[in-house]
Design a protein. Structure first.
Ligand SMILES: Nc1ncnc2c1ncn2[C@@H]1O[C@H](COP(=O)(O)OP(=O)(O)O)[C@@H](O)[C@H]1O
Ligand SMILES: [Mg+2]
Length: 315
């Protein structure tokens, strides 16, 4: 397995706050790898360490197979990086901005003249390159940021919350763009606090909360590992303790809670057990008004995982 990123015990503190704690992360080459976690989880801090903007307090890491100590070696030139909510000088035109970045990367005039129009086309800014960045919408600025991250034809592209602040259309456009980048054979590592976004474009995901890695695997394996049995909602005419206790005793039921006239029944099974449950409720002398089965979405599982995870951070 060839790795684009590998961190071993990576730790970063801000004073007494441990923002990233003993992180062991592996990102395989040629994947779109999501780095998922709620706000404040430690995503941006990790990314800043990976691109050389922050020094870790503990641990080691490799980028594109090279161990990084102290100053970033040449590997920096083999990766592209878009910071969270990139802010560009408003008085520059789109193409000028890319031209300036191209010079910073040491690209020749010839290379810039060839590469910049191609990138502007790819990110959907063709025809708008002479407009001032200050006139660009958020989505256009974000796409310009992605073009900037691709200028040096990087093997690894790191995008920090590429769809933050975008409307739904802008988000779809950015997702399509990321898929295209991956098709060109580049590894993409992107952070996000939105599960559905990661689910839609990533082949792999690492979930972080309070600086700690909770799980890292292919999307398929994560959903298999985490997907929980379903919940059933039964509305009854007059719920009583007796009926709650009776249902709780069923071997395939893990928990029963009462919400008004509804019994929320958590099941240990994916089998259709409606008949057994209705029988039990009727036996307890209760009348069923309605019954519905609810599968848990990956989003709910993610929320539970993140809410349950504790520790790591000195509050
Ligand atoms: N420069 C900083 N100084 C002090 N604390 C910081 C700094 N940057 C981030 N933090 C804190 O570190 C934690 C992780 O932040 P961050 O890496 O930005 O998370 P994420 O990108 O997942 O939202 C948060 O509690 C945040 O408040
Ligand atoms: Mg962040």
């Amino acid at each position: 397995m060839k790795l684009a990123i590998e961190t071993i015990g990576l730790t970063k503190r801000y004073g007494s706050l441990t923002a990233v704690s003993k992180l062991n992360l592996k990102v395989e080459k040629n994947t779109i790898h999501g780095f998922l976690g709620p706000n404040g989880a430690g995503k941006t801090t990790t990314i800043k360490v990976l691109v050389g903007l922050l020094k870790p307090d503990e641990g080691t890491f490799k980028v594109l197979g090279q161990e990084v100590h102290g100053d970033m070696p040449d590997v920096r030139l083999r990766m592209g990086y878009m910071p969270e909510l990139p802010k560009f000088p408003k008085h520059l035109r789109g193409w000028e901005l890319l031209d300036i970045y191209g010079r910073m990367y040491g690209m020749t005039k010839q290379e810039r003249v060839e590469q910049i129009p191609k990138l502007l086309d790819m990110v959907g800014l063709k025809g708008r390159e002479k407009d001032f960045v200050g006139k660009y919408s958020k989505g256009m600025q974000q796409r310009l940021g992605i073009a900037q991250a691709l200028l040096n034809e990087p093997e690894l592209v790191i995008l920090d919350e590429p769809s933050l602040g975008l409307d739904p259309v802008g988000m779809v456009e950015v997702r399509e763009l990321i898929k295209e980048i991956a098709k060109e054979g580049r590894t993409v590592f992107l952070s996000s606090h939105l599960l559905f976004e990661v689910e839609q474009i990533c082949s792999h995901v690492a979930i972080i909360n309070r600086g700690e890695l909770l799980i890292s695997d292919s999307i398929q394996n994560v959903s298999n590992k985490l997907s929980k049995p379903s919940t059933m909602q039964v509305e009854v005419a007059k719920p009583s303790n007796k009926v709650v206790e009776a249902v709780k005793k069923l071997s395939f039921v893990s928990e029963v809670t009462q919400d008004g006239n509804k019994l929320i029944i958590e099941l240990k099974t994916h089998d259709d057990v409606r008949a057994q449950i209705s029988q039990e409720i009727t036996k307890a002398g209760e009348v069923i008004v309605s019954m519905s089965l609810k599968e848990q979405t990956l989003e709910e599982v993610f929320m539970q995982l993140v809410t349950k995870s504790q520790g790591g951070r000195a509050e």
